[in-house]
Structure formats: structure tokens, C-alpha cells
Design a protein around this ligand. Structure first.
Ligand SMILES: NC(=O)c1ccc[n+]([C@@H]2O[C@H](COP(=O)([O-])OP(=O)(O)OC[C@H]3O[C@@H](n4cnc5c(N)ncnc54)[C@H](O)[C@@H]3O)[C@@H](O)[C@H]2O)c1
Ligand SMILES: [Zn+2]
Length: 353
């Protein structure tokens, strides 16, 4: 299936298809003329798919050179981007050539950033290989790297010319990474898609792979809708932050990497719904529903040690905390979202279990 991301100045298609990786050359040739490509990929994905993708692209008439970096979040830094810029220059990549990112969210963010800055910006394609990339990071045009002080501190809003998602590729993804990606899928059902929520409710927790195409299509559609209305993240995109205010605080206090992002989102969704439900801001019973859903897929719903003061300090440092109010996202009924302003000092109460 094809989802058109109809951003006015740069519309593009997201192709979601089982087995699509085998015809990646034809896909790229349908978007670009034959040209030189730098294929940016991490060490894990390169070992599994790098050669196959490069060969397939060559068969379709592209000249392909591979830039590989060590897998992991630690590589999503300016130093790796600099190596990639130099590499592009050394192999003679020009403004009319392209970059293809092949990998998870780290690769997509990095490749997009390199493409959007090399020679003031050249076009790029993204092949998303992790569940997080397939349901979240490959949609929306945010590219970037981390700085010493904060994640995603340096970056651009740049849309790719196309995104390819092959759900079959998830078979080689680590189990924890697969489950982590479900945190965002559950969130998408809650904020924007009752059909997705119903599917999640009825499917067995261990059938993520066999249901992956349905889950990805629906999650991408939820994100597409919000992104198209708010490309530069000034308004409705905030809905995507359901569970994230508290989730970010958990992530930061645990030390990045200990609790993975999608896991922290699950914990954040459960906590915020519990308080909101108690105050009559979300329907009765919803926090238990969310908790059970997360548990079914193997997502954590709790985190130890839960120190309200430490979490509060982390939360108020969050970049979304502007002024004396924090904009939180609530789910007034499953499939919808709304913003709820919480005064900073009241936020402490929202952290009490
Ligand atoms: N741009 C956005 O809007 C956006 C949204 C969400 C997350 N992100 C970013 O995405 C990153 C997290 O993404 P991620 O979880 O995909 O991290 P990742 O890219 O590091 O991938 C996770 C791990 O899985 C491996 N992997 C990926 N696909 C595989 C496959 N098919 N088979 C085997 N191994 C595979 C990778 O090598 C890596 O070790 C973070 O940096 C985050 O900031 C960006
Ligand atoms: Zn997220």
C-alpha cells in the first residue's frame, strides 16, 4: 500500500509492502533518474542487508557507494555526520546525486541530516528497518543528531523523496526493539485510530510480526495526518506526545538507554491516564485498559525507583515545558486527543503513583 504524505511544498509516498526490499532498485528508479548514491547504513543493518540493497540498486542503474557507521545511538552525533559529509565529497557526490538511508531511527535521522546539509541539501530516500522507524521516525521530516547536552538538539525539517517500509525485515530485529516500537503503535491507536486500538485489543501479544503491515499502515496514517497539518511542530503534532511528558522524565532519570524510548512512553501513558482518569479528564477504566494493553505486548508499565522529586526536576527541564504551564496530551475518548495545560507546580501531583 502507498500512503501519500501531502505536504504542500514536498509531497512524497510511503510504500508499505511485504518483500519490498527485494525490489528496492525498481522503487528508487520510479522516483529518481539513474545517478550516484551514497547508501548510509549502520553496521548491523549493513551486515544483514547492505550488500543486497546495494546490488539491487546497481541493477536498476544506480552507482552505489556504501557509508557504514557503528550501530547505536552513540553514532547519532555531529562527528559521524562530518565523516559522512567528507565521504560524500571524496566519492564525488554532487548536488544532482542522492543519499539513501537504510536502517532504524538513528540511520534515518542521521542520513536525513547529512542529506539536508551536504551542499546545502541534496535529495534523499529512506528505507526504514526497525519498527520505531517504520511507525514513527520515517514519517514527518525531522532529521538530526544529538549534542552533548540533549537528544536531537541539532537538526532540520527536511522531507525525503520517498520512504520504503518492508514489514518482513522486522524478522531480524531484536525482540526488545520490536516490543519497544509497540509503545508508539499503542499511542497512535489511543490518540487517533479506534480501528487500530480494536485490532491491538483482539490480536495476541506475540503476533506483532504477522500483524505488522496492518499496525504500520494505521500508525503511519495517524502520524501523517498530524504532520501534514503541522509540519514544523508548532501545534497539532503535540498530540504525538501522549505519554511523552512523563516518559521523557523517566528516560532521563533512568539514564538514556536503560529504559528505551518506547518503554518510557508506555510507562508515561499509564501514569498520565491514571491521574487524568482520577480527575475525570479521561474516561473511567481507561488507565487499566492501557496498562493491560502494554503488558500484553511485553512493555513495562512501571519503573523503579520512582522518585517524584527526581522525576519532577527532569520533567521541568523538558524542552516542552515553556512558561508556567506544561502542555500535556490527554485522550478524552479512545481515538482522540486534546491538550490539557497543567500548571508547573501542579505537575508534581501528576507524578504521584
Ligand atoms: N525523526 C523522528 O521523528 C524520530 C521519531 C522517533 C525516533 N527518532 C529517533 O530514532 C532513534 C531510535 O530509532 P531505533 O530504535 O530504530 O534505533 P536504531 O536505528 O539504533 O535501531 C535499533 C537497533 O536495531 C538494529 N536494526 C534496525 N533494523 C534492523 C533489522 N531489520 N534487523 C536487525 N537489526 C536491525 C540497529 O542496527 C540498532 O542496533 C532515536 O535516535 C530517536 O531519536 C526520530
Ligand atoms: Zn516517541
Amino acid at each position: 500500500m502507498k500512503i501519500n504524505v501531502d505536504i504542500p511544498h514536498h509531497p512524497y509516498d510511503i510504500v508499505i509492502e511485504r518483500g519490498a526490499l527485494k525490489t528496492v532498485g525498481a522503487w528508487a528508479a520510479g522516483i529518481w533518474q539513474p545517478q550516484k548514491l551514497v547508501l548510509i547504513t549502520d553496521s548491523n543493518v549493513s551486515a544483514l542487508y547492505g550488500a543486497q540493497v546495494a546490488e539491487n540498486l546497481r541493477d536498476a542503474g544506480f552507482e552505489v557507494v556504501l557509508f557504514e557507521f557503528p550501530a547505536g545511538e552513540a553514532s547519532k552525533v555531529l562527528a559521524t555526520a562530518e565523516k559522512a559529509w567528507d565521504f560524500c565529497a571524496e566519492v564525488g557526490l554532487t548536488r544532482s546525486d542522492g543519499i539513501v538511508g537504510l536502517g532504524g531511527g538513528v540511520t534515518g535521522d542521521l542520513a536525513g541530516f547529512v542529506a539536508s546539509t551536504y551542499m546545502r541539501g541534496i535529495h534523499f530516500l529512506q528505507i526504514a528497518t526497525s519498527l520505531t522507524a517504520q511507525v514513527d521516525s520515517s514519517v514527518g521530516g525531522k532529521t538530526g543528531v544529538n549534542s552533548k547536552l540533549a537528544k536531537n538538539m541539532i537538526g532540520t525539517f527536511t522531507q525525503p523523496d520517498g520512504v520504503l517500509i518492508d514489514p518482513d525485515i522486522l524478522e531480524t530485529l531484536g525482540k526488545r526493539e520490536l516490543i519497544e516500537g509497540m509503545g508508539e503503535v499503542v499511542k497512535c491507536g489511543l490518540i487517533g485510530d479506534v480501528t487500530l486500538w480494536e485490532k491491538l485489543s483482539e490480536m495476541p501479544g506475540d503476533s506483532i510480526l504477522s500483524n505488522a503491515d496492518f499496525l504500520i499502515e494505521h500508525a503511519v496514517e495517524v502520524k501523517r495526518k498530524v504532520v501534514v497539518e503541522d509540519e514544523h511542530d508548532n501545534g497539532k503534532r503535540l498530540y504525538l506526545n501522549f505519554g511523552h511528558t512523563i516518559g521523557h522524565a523517566v528516560e532521563a532519570t533512568a539514564g538514556y538507554g536503560k529504559v528505551m524510548h518506547g518503554e518510557a512512553v508506555a510507562i508515561g501513558m499509564v501514569q498520565i491516564s491514571k491521574i487524568a482518569e482520577g480527575r475525570g479528564l479521561m474516561p473511567a477504566g481507561i488507565s487499566d485498559q492501557i496498562r493491560e494493553m502494554c503488558i500484553k505486548f511485553g512493555l513495562p508499565v512501571d519503573y523503579e525507583p520512582w522518585d517524584v522529586d527526581v522525576l519532577y526536576t527532569a520533567l521541568t527541564h523538558d524542552k516542552k515545558a515553556r512558561g508556567s504551564q506544561i502542555k500535556t496530551v490527554l485522550v478524552p475518548e479512545i481515538g482522540t486527543a486534546r491538550i490539557h495545560q497543567v500548571p508547573l507546580d501542579e505537575m508534581r501531583e501528576w507524578l504521584v503513583k
